[in-house]
Structures are given as C-alpha cells and as structure tokens.
Design a protein around this ligand. Structure first.
Ligand code: AAL
Length: 412
C-alpha cells in the first residue's frame, strides 16, 4: 500500500534521496516533479516512523524522512567510564601527560606518543615570555610502550622543542603517529615564543626508520593557519578582529595523517580569529590538507571546513571512506560521521555524552570488522586538575537493545 501526501517539502527531501536518478532526468521532468504537490511515502516507512497523518508532517518528521532507509544501529555506541593507566603513565602530581597519539604495535609492544611538560601553568596574566601559559605550553613529545595497553613504561623523549628562533621553539605537542611503508611519521602542533593569546599555531612533522627514533624534524611547518584574518588593535585579545578570516585563520591543531586513496590526508582542527560561541558552543571546525607524499606539500582542500562541529581529530578508514568521532563543540558534537570520500561527512549516529576526549585510537584493531570496532578500547586523557592531566584508557560498546530486567530481548 502507498500513502499519498501533499507536501512540497517532503518532495524536496525525496528528491535529495533520489538525486542520482534525478540528475539524469530531463529538466522539464524535474520541474514537473517539483511542482507536483502529490508524493508518496511507502506504508512501511509510515509504520516504522509511527506517522499519524501523512498530510500533516511536523518539521521533525520531515527530517526523519530524510534519514537513510537502510541505516540500522551499527554506528550507535556508548562509552564506559575512563580507567587509569598503570606503571609510568599513572597520574603523577607535577607532570602533564596528555593528548595521546594513536597506538601502534611494534616489536610485540604497543607504542604511544604524547605531550609532556612539568610544573603548573600561570596563564596569560603575567609575562608570557617567561611563564607557562597552558598545560600544553613548554611541552616536548615523549613516548611509552606497553605489552597490554594498561601498564606502560615511559621510554623518554622522541621529539623536543626547536632551538630559539625556530618555528617550534616554544612547544611541540598534541602528536599523532602514522606508519607507512616501514617508516614512521609524527605530526604535531608547534608554537613559536612568545606564547600570547594571539600567537599562530602551526603543524610540524618528524620521521624515523624505527619507532624508537632517531627522528628528523621538518625545517619548516607542514601546515599553517590561513592568513586572511585581521586583528583589531594591539591588545592581547583573540576575540577582537576587524575580519575573522577562514575557519583556520588562527590555529591549525590536532593533526592526524591517514594514507587514503594513494594520497595522505592530514585532518586537523581549525581555530578562527575572533572565535564566537554559537548555539553549539565554541566555533570549532575541521579541515583536511592532502599530499602526494607523506612529507608534503600538504594542500588544503577547497571544500574546507569539512565539519561544522568537533574538537580533537579522531578519524579512521572504514568501508572505502573515512569515519570521524565528533566531540565537545558545535551543534553536531557527540556524533559519529562517515564520508565516502574523506571530505563529505554525514551523521551516522548520535551518541550519549563522550567523556573520552583527545582519543588515541588503537590502530592495531580490525577497523573494517564493523564501523566502530576501532573504538572498543584506546587511550584518552583526564584533567586531574587545571595544571595536570594524565592519560587514561577508554572502552566503548555497541548498544543493540533496551530491555527490562527479566523480559525477552529479541523478536521471535
Ligand atoms: C587539546 C587540543 C590541542 C589544544 C590543546 C592541546 O584538546 O585541541 O592540544 O591546543 O587542547
């Protein structure tokens, strides 16, 4: 049975869903369809969505009618509480360890890289030449190994800050690892001193033939903010601008490189000069820059920004495309999204509040087994205090049913 509704808007949605067919239709036919007020919603869809009257569709129902028909609950997960790590990565007063990279397995052990600094932060009220302004200021990149992912041995520094005057002389932090063809690449944020609130943040790269180094650093940053914003006045105030510029006019952060379709996709978080608070929180969006070679040059995609929400980058390959966990900021926070091409992301699930921030994915997992398999366990960090953070482990599970105690959980 087919039910008929008079609703132009719904037709527009249906047209969007069947855009492939319509793209090939002659213009007159499209116009005829667009002006035709009578369209059809299959009876099983009416039943599935519980629509009372097909001639009176609320805005919410119109959105529901847009959802892909074949989408089940396979992208829907819940995170468990974070758990502390043991050994050298257990919380240590006076030491900042945060923003873990993904884990890879080498020489029979998991490896992780992270930002490490010591001592409290003073903020921006004093002398930014001398003070430590953030917990992630005055960091170096350190690494640790583990046999089980829980008890870790800190191995030492992998990549340190550059010499005075270099683009990375103040802090190197928020690192990601990529292994490609038996070579190892660390990409990370960099700041040149002085670390004022208006300082631009860039991305650096280091490479090695072994996960234990030695690491060679790029002489120049591999990614920089867009230079089309204009500050207003000299005051150290990052909200005062004459022009905001692109979504990444102030900072390029949280870099993560993924080999994809024969190229290298560098995903990153952009921060904009004159950042606003919107209806979803901070105005944070993600971008991608693409290179033919792991060392670059990385060219920003003209489609940037590729998200309207999010914070730290958490991306993985799945089913020929790229999936992303979007957390913390923006109207689409707490969603998992997927793109068939690494650029055009759609929401696949909305998940309960995510405590696991700055996720270090377990790249040894079978990420093709199911969409969220890579999120079963991994690393994250926690604020033990404003001054000190430590690395923690997270788990997540798929939620497949919602059943009362003692009741049967599945259909016969
Ligand atoms: C994190 C990341 C970047 C920021 C700071 C340290 O969550 O987004 O790394 O610079 O906070």
């Amino acid at each position: 049975m087919i039910l008929k509704t008079k609703n132009v808007l719904y037709l527009a949605l249906a047209l969007a869903v069947s855009s492939c067919n319509m793209q090939n239709a002659p213009k007159e036919e499209v116009a005829k369809e667009e002006s035709n007020v009578e369209t059809e919603i299959p009876a099983d869809v009416v039943d599935h969505l519980g629509i009372t009257n097909v001639d009176s569709l609320s805005a919410a129902t119109k959105r529901a009618l847009k959802w892909p028909r074949d989408l089940g609950n396979e992208w829907f997960i819940q995170f468990g509480p974070l758990q502390p790590l043991k050994g050298d990565l257990a919380y240590e007063e006076g030491v900042v360890r945060r923003d873990p990279s993904a884990m890879i397995k080498e020489n029979g052990k998991y490896y992780v890289w992270y930002s490490r600094s010591t001592g409290p932060s003073q903020g921006f009220g004093g002398d930014v030449e001398k003070d430590k302004v953030f917990p992630w200021d005055r960091c170096d990149i350190w690494y640790a190994t583990s046999e089980d992912g829980i008890t870790w041995k800190e191995e030492g520094m992998a990549v340190g800050r550059g010499e005075k005057g270099s683009y990375d002389d103040r802090s190197v932090f928020t690192v990601e690892i990529m292994k490609h063809e038996d070579k190892y690449y660390l990409c990370y944020q960099t700041v040149k001193s002085p670390y004022s609130v208006r300082v631009k943040n860039q991305v650096g790269l280091a490479w090695a033939n072994s996960p234990d180094g030695p690491w060679t650093k790029s002489e120049e940053p591999i990614l920089s903010p867009a230079d089309n914003g204009i500050w207003e006045g000299e005051e150290q105030n990052r909200f005062m601008v004459k022009k905001k510029g692109d979504f990444d006019s102030h900072k390029v952060h949280d870099p993560c490189i993924i080999p994809y379709k024969g190229k290298f996709y560098l995903y990153y978080k952009g921060e904009q000069m004159g950042e606003a608070i919107t209806f979803g929180g901070r105005q944070i969006r993600h971008g991608v820059a693409i290179a033919d070679n792991p060392l670059g040059p990385y060219i920003k995609s003209p489609y940037n920004p590729i998200s309207n929400s999010g914070h730290e980058i958490c991306v993985w390959p799945y089913n020929g495309g790229i999936a992303a966990l979007i957390t913390t900021d923006g109207p689409e926070k707490n969603t998992i999204q997927w793109s068939p091409d690494g650029i055009n992301f759609e929401i696949m699930s909305v998940i309960p509040g995510v405590d696991a921030h700055a996720i270090g994915l377990n790249r040894t997992s079978d990420n093709e087994k199911e969409p969220t398999e890579i999120l079963r366990w991994g690393l994250s960090h926690v604020y033990n205090s404003w001054n000190y953070q430590s690395i923690m482990s997270f788990t997540s599970q798929r939620k497949k049913q919602h059943v009362a105690k003692g009741a049967k959980g599945t259909k016969k």
